[in-house]
Design a protein around this ligand. Structure first.
Ligand SMILES: *[C@@H]1O[C@H](CO)[C@@H](O)[C@H](O)[C@H]1NC(C)=O
Ligand SMILES: *[C@@H]1O[C@H](CO)[C@@H](O)[C@H](O)[C@H]1NC(C)=O
Ligand SMILES: *[C@@H]1O[C@H](CO)[C@@H](O)[C@H](O)[C@H]1NC(C)=O
Length: 337
């Protein structure tokens, strides 16, 4: 081999060493775990330092929050396979790769809050079929692919507040045990019909602090077991007739802090079981009081003062009233017309 050949080999080795530094993984003990990160803050390996200390009555908990982790290597979780809860919030993950949680098939709780996640690869959850709770709040997720939920047949709670998720028909299909869905603060402007398809056991649905202006009358069809619905702090201007039909199990409805100007006959049809209705902070001018007739036990916030008297039982008030708001927490002040 000539001299320039040797120089080339040396150069090659030098370059490889710089771009793939060997021996720069740094391990430390954190929350009773050995946590090994390389110099790019990729998690290389995790192992138990004190196995009894990470165990609670129900769970083997891995706490690796706030460690500036940017990525995770393929074998990171191989030594902690029996973990049932992974707390990985407040790191700097961007992409959830498909292999991340493959070793963790016992997980029931996964917290990925407050990272920089923009994308989750399809298949990322295929092996975590015992997962019951997934927290994705405070990331930058816009798109959820069509097969993203594959494997999550036991998921009961999905928290994804404070992202920028663009909804589409059937977006949650596959989460057939889902009971709680939190999508507050996602800049949602539009909810396509069919968004909540295939979710027969929904109990709590939270959509507050978005930019929703209108609701399609069939939007909540199929959510027959829903108990709580939060639509507060949006820009909703009206409630279409029939929106809540088949929702006899709804207990609490928040539609406060919207731009609703009138409540017309039929708008609350189906809400026979309602206990709490939050209506404050709207622009109510015209209300057909017959809408409260079938709500046997409801308590309405902020209430109505009709012709100078605070009406305590709205199921017996009939006819139309004209109202004006007196302040966001004060009862609406109305007159019969
Ligand atoms: C979990 O795995 C570790 C490491 O293999 C082991 O030491 C520990 O006893 C296991 N704990 C349980 C509850 O299985
Ligand atoms: C939303 O997330 C960002 C960054 O993740 C955070 O700074 C902000 O405080 C969060 N906002 C709310 C309302 O939680
Ligand atoms: C309101 O009045 C109706 C009809 O008289 C009655 O059935 C219902 O129990 C009353 N509700 C409350 C909360 O008092």
């Amino acid at each position: 081999m000539n001299l320039s050949g040797i120089t080339l080999i040396l150069l090659d080795i030098l370059l490889k060493c710089r771009s793939n530094p060997v021996g720069t993984t740094d391990c430390r003990v954190s929350n009773h775990l050995y946590v090994c990160l390389n110099d790019l803050n990729h998690l290389e390996n995790l192992a138990f330092e004190d196995t009894t200390a990470v165990q609670t009555i129900d769970d083997i908990e891995l706490h690796i929050e706030s460690l500036d982790i940017t990525d995770t290597s393929e074998k990171s979780f191989h030594d902690v396979r029996n973990a049932t809860a992974l707390y990985m919030s407040d790191n700097r993950l961007r992409l959830i790769r498909k292999y991340y949680f493959h070793a963790l098939d016992q997980l029931t709780y996964l917290d990925l809050k407050n990272n920089d996640i923009t994308e989750i690869e399809d298949g990322a959850f295929v092996r975590v079929s015992s997962l019951e709770t997934l927290l994705l709040d405070g990331n930058r997720i816009t798109r959820l692919g069509p097969t993203i939920w594959k494997g999550l047949t036991s998921l009961r709670e999905l928290y994804a507040t404070n992202n920028s998720i663009v909804l589409r028909k059937n977006i949650f299909r596959g989460l057939r045990q889902l009971e709680t869905l939190a999508l507050d603060a996602n800049e949602i402007t539009d909810i396509p019909t069919g968004t909540f398809n295939a979710l027969p056991h929904m109990d709590l649905l939270y959509l507050s602090r978005n930019e929703i202006t209108s609701l399609h009358q069939d939007l909540f069809r199929g959510l027959t077991e829903l108990n709580e619905l939060d639509l507060s702090r949006n820009r909703i201007t009206s409630i279409p007739t029939g929106l809540f039909r088949n929702m006899a199990s709804l207990d609490s409805l928040w539609i406060n802090a919207n731009r609703i100007g009138s409540l017309q006959a039929g708008c609350f049809e189906g809400l026979e079981g309602l206990s709490f209705l939050f209506l404050s902070g709207n622009e109510l001018e015209s209300v057909d009081m017959s809408i409260f007739e079938m709500m046997g036990k409801v308590s309405i916030e902020p209430g109505f003062i009709i012709d100078g008297t605070l009406s305590v039982n709205l199921t017996i008030v009939k006819g139309f009233v004209r109202c004006e708001s007196t302040g966001s927490q004060e009862p609406y002040s109305c007159e019969e017309v």
